[in-house]
Design a protein around this ligand. Structure first.
Ligand code: GAL
Length: 367
């Protein structure tokens, strides 16, 4: 196999940082690793360091680790690496975590159908793995009892996105169905081909709306790989074919919704300008509740988004890693489904509650 790419790319400017040092030790509960220890060493590999949502997850992981060093009275080392969208690079990073005797690895798989190399090697070395955000198939997770997954309930995010539009339809159907034909014409911006969140979100949002009795017509859909710039290009193409016909833009995440908004501003002018010119914007809906996404809901450019609890995912990952190494049980509020899964709920964000959610986020950053 290719020699390991030595380049360790840092996210958020931090790479392999020992966050705090303290004296007291904890005892590992891993078979064959019983020894006094004063350190929890976690290797983290993310599929792409430029992904906005994951950048927020990692940043919360770093701040939570600082907090928990004090509470648990240990040193926590987080080594964060970017797999740069290559499964081979990620496999090599995992090898390095094993070689350097890390206690746990947190892996955000590049290719969710290709976890076997990582699993085989981790099992051989007895290093538990917490997969996160990109869910591998259940059979893979069953292959060893020290494999876990932390993420969200993907299908609920699609349903909640649908509910946001339904609320708007109930309030003022004419504002959605601008051509008055009784059918909602929409375009869809999808994440990655084969990603569980893309598939499930695209399906459940439409399912929810049609179940509520509304008729829909898909004008176009395109994959934009969670990327703002790719979504802008796709939306520009949609507008060249369906300029005045698009009533709703569903995006599988906030960055793509923002890319669609960038295109709308360039092609139609700002929301207000477009309205004055008699070509009002379509409603745009995202998912994630990133800082920039929330801002777009607050300023009215986005009708709503669905909070993907990155803070909760980061915290539960660290709690689980600590519990695995220390042998202490997880807090009772944390449900470990089938002994393997921790799933965080999504939350609806619209103009009504966005200020509160932004305030909560600010408090978290200050912590
Ligand atoms: C999704 C998230 C996207 C992107 C993707 C990467 O859960 O909504 O914005 O981060 O994960 O796997």
């Amino acid at each position: 196999m290719k020699k390991r790419a030595k380049k360790m790319i840092c996210m958020a400017g931090i790479c392999g940082v020992v966050l705090c040092v303290s004296g007291c030790g904890i005892t590992s509960n891993f078979p064959g690793k019983e020894k006094k220890r004063a350190e929890l060493k976690i290797g983290i590999s993310v599929y792409d360091q430029y992904d906005t949502f994951l950048t927020e997850v990692i940043s919360r992981l770093q701040s939570y680790a600082k907090e928990k060093e004090k509470d648990w009275n240990i040193t926590i080392t987080l080594e964060i690496q970017d797999a740069n969208k290559s499964q081979l690079v990620q496999n090599d990073q995992n090898d390095e975590f094993i070689k350097r005797n890390f206690d746990v690895a947190c892996i955000n798989l590049v290719d969710r159908t290709d976890a076997s190399t990582i699993i085989d090697k981790a099992k051989k070395a007895d290093m538990p793995i917490i997969f996160f955000n990109r869910e591998l198939v259940e059979e893979e997770l069953e292959r060893w009892d020290k494999l876990y997954y932390v993420g969200a309930d993907a299908f609920k995010s699609g349903q909640i996105q649908g509910q946001i539009l339904i609320e708007q339809c109930e309030k003022d159907f004419a504002s959605v169905d601008r051509n008055g034909d009784g059918i909602i014409q929409y375009v869809m911006l999808e994440g990655e081909a084969g990603h569980q969140d893309s598939i499930v979100r695209s399906m459940y949002v439409i399912d929810e709306i049609t179940k509520a009795g509304y008729k829909v017509e898909k004008l176009a859909d395109e994959i934009a790989n969670w990327s703002r710039s790719q979504a802008e290009t796709k939306m520009t193409q949609f507008l060249s074919s369906y300029r005045n016909e698009i009533e709703v833009v569903f995006a599988n995440n906030d960055d793509m919704a923002l890319g669609a908004i960038d295109a709308l501003k360039k092609e139609l002018g700002t929301k207000r300008e477009a309205k004055d010119n008699g070509t009002p914007w379509p409603y745009v809906l995202g998912i994630d509740g990133t800082e920039v996404g929330l801002e777009a809901v607050a300023n009215g450019e986005m009708l709503g988004t669905v909070l993907n609890d990155g803070k909760g995912q980061a915290e539960r990952m660290l709690d689980l890693a600590y519990s695995l190494v220390s042998g202490e049980s997880l807090s009772e509020e944390i449900e470990l489904i089938d002994g393997k899964y921790i799933r965080l709920p999504y939350q609806k964000v619209t103009a009504e509650n966005v200020a509160k959610i932004q305030w909560n986020m600010q408090e978290t950053i200050k912590e």
